[in-house]
Design a protein around this ligand. Structure first.
Ligand code: NZQ
Ligand code: ZN
Length: 388
């Protein structure tokens, strides 16, 4: 078991009507609040009006229109408002994109230069404005982690940033807000959660307890994703998925594991950077193809692990490791397909014209040579081609 430091400094208020606590959770940070949100879903569910009325004693400024795969221009706009009105706290209401954009704003407000330089040059982030979140889509875990991912459509880059200062101070998680998440986004969100779990399960070394914890959360997604898609207002399903998203990506489950770079995420960020693809859809397409590829590339390492995964998570019986490993790959593909996710890059309008460029960039910016099964440029191009 590896050494680790564990401190998740976010207060989580989980469950129905927890938003009523919003004024008292923001008050310690100040009166001047920048309220960040996306393209309008929070108005449709009545959350916009609710928040405005709850914050009637605060000085509230707004940054709206934050897009999926949030763009650096929204970060720049937010920083401008923070400086002009001396904002004291950020309130991010939405999915991972709104939360990530708010985190980048919170850090860039203290950065003396363009926010993209802060991100691309990986400037150390020591200070950030306090962030409170109200989550409306379960997927990324951004509500309980200290990372963010921002896109620059001019350079076709999607880069991550992270620092303890970016951990939200408080995250309000009411599963009823996710009742309106459409089936395709619910499916993509669940694929993202599964991918986070898989990326910390297929690692150089894991612990007995870590494996059991990750397996339990995977099985939770396998059970509840189809229910949430069929019955969008099933509270139990939405609640289980929402909590799975938070603990699935913030180190709670993998303390003591010897981790490696998130390889499939590294490849997917290239797809969404170039094609503005929904993150979870890209992951669902790439994951089974990555599995098949690494199983062939490093069978001695991968086969036993995939066989264990087949038995522990997919409840497949048998003793033949080769057959079990193949069933594991098929199970992952079938599961994502059953959620209605398009399973080829061709279906989502992506061809091979940028594969070399993407592979080159992934190697440099995402460090894929440090993945569980190290991937070089040719490996990445092959996996992308197999995904067409
Ligand atoms: O913009 P609005 O109108 O709010 O609509 C959003 C958006 O169109 C909609 N939506 C959100 N809540 C809704 C809803 N629609 C109906 N009812 C609701 N309650 O859903 C669409 C997608 O939202 P988005 O925030 O983009 O989705 P998600 O939460 O999947 O976030 C994806 C982004 O997070 C990054 C991804 O790369 C991507 O940029 N990630 C962030 C991570 C992190 N911070 O730790 C880790 C992840 O691996 C990931 O990379
Ligand atoms: Zn992800």
């Amino acid at each position: 078991m590896e050494n680790f430091n564990f401190c998740i400094g976010v207060d989580i208020l989980f469950g129905k009507d927890q938003v009523e606590n919003l004024p008292s959770t923001i008050a310690p940070y100040g009166k001047k609040v920048l309220f960040c949100y996306g393209g309008g879903s929070i108005r449709k569910i009545g959350l916009y009006d609710k928040i405005k009325s709850l914050l009637s004693d605060f000085e509230v400024y707004e940054l709206s229109g934050i897009e999926p795969n949030p763009k650096v221009d929204s970060v720049r706009e937010g920083v401008k408002i923070c400086r002009e009105y001396e904002i004291e706290a950020l309130l991010a209401v939405g999915g991972g994109s709104v939360l990530d954009c708010s985190k980048a704003i919170a850090a860039a407000a203290y950065y003396d230069g363009d926010p993209w330089d802060m991100i691309a040059l990986r400037r150390p982030i020591k200070k950030a404005l306090p962030i409170v979140t109200v989550l409306t889509l379960a997927a990324t875990g951004s509500e309980a982690d200290s990372g963010a991912v921002i896109s620059n459509p001019i350079t076709n880059e999607k880069l991550s940033l992270g620092a303890p200062a970016l951990m939200p101070k408080v995250s309000i998680m009411d599963p009823t807000y996710t009742f309106t998440v459409p089936a395709n986004q619910t499916a993509a969100g669940c694929a993202d959660i599964m991918s986070h779990l898989m990326e910390q399960y297929f690692v150089p070394e894991s612990t007995y307890m870590g494996d059991l914890l990750v397996e339990a959360v995977m099985k939770t997604i396998i059970k509840y994703a189809p229910i949430a898609i069929k019955e969008p207002d099933n509270y139990e399903a939405r609640a289980q998925i929402m909590w799975a998203s938070s603990i699935g990506d913030n180190a709670t489950l993998c303390c003591g594991n010897k981790l490696a770079v998130f390889g499939v995420h590294g490849m997917e960020h290239e797809l969404s950077a170039h094609y503005d693809l929904t993150h979870g859809v890209g992951l669902a397409i790439l994951t089974p193809n990555w599995m098949r590829y690494v199983l062939e590339k490093a069978p001695d390492v991968v086969r036993p692990r995939f066989a264990h995964f087949a038995k522990a998570v997919w409840e497949i019986e048998g003793t033949d490791e080769t057959a079990l490993a193949a069933r594991a790959v098929a199970s992952v593909r079938d599961f994502f397909k059953s959620l209605g996710i398009p399973m080829t890059l061709t279906e989502v309008g992506i061809d091979d014209s940028k594969f070399n460029e993407m592979a080159e960039h992934a190697i440099h910016s995402e460090g894929l040579e440090y993945a569980w099964i190290p991937l070089n440029r040719n490996d990445i191009v092959s996996i992308l081609k197999n995904s067409l």
